[in-house]
Design a protein around this ligand. Structure first.
Ligand SMILES: [Cu+2]
Length: 84
């Protein structure tokens, strides 16, 4: 499993978050999904042998949202509450 973080464009409310979350969860090989409305980002845990970042982003686009920027680097579980 690896964790990736990417920006999701177009989310405006909790329903958007739920839609993006569900779309990502439906992708084969995806584990935990955490979508942040405030951060306009999705944190996705996935098995890279079963799926790819491209497939995750395609699922988000399919749900009607955009991908802003891509961070392919594995997220470091380091740092406290201050992300910026
Ligand atoms: Cu919405």
């Amino acid at each position: 499993m690896q964790t990736t973080l990417f920006k999701v464009a177009g989310m405006t409310c909790g329903s958007c978050v739920a839609r993006v979350t569900n779309a990502l969860r439906l992708v084969h090989g995806v584990g935990n999904v955490n979508v942040s409305l405030a951060g306009a980002a999705a944190t996705v845990e996935f098995d890279h042998q079963l799926t790819t970042l491209e497939q995750l982003q395609a699922a988000v686009r399919h749900a009607g949202y955009g991908i802003d920027a891509v961070q392919t680097a594995t997220q470091k579980p380091k740092g406290g509450c201050c992300c910026h």
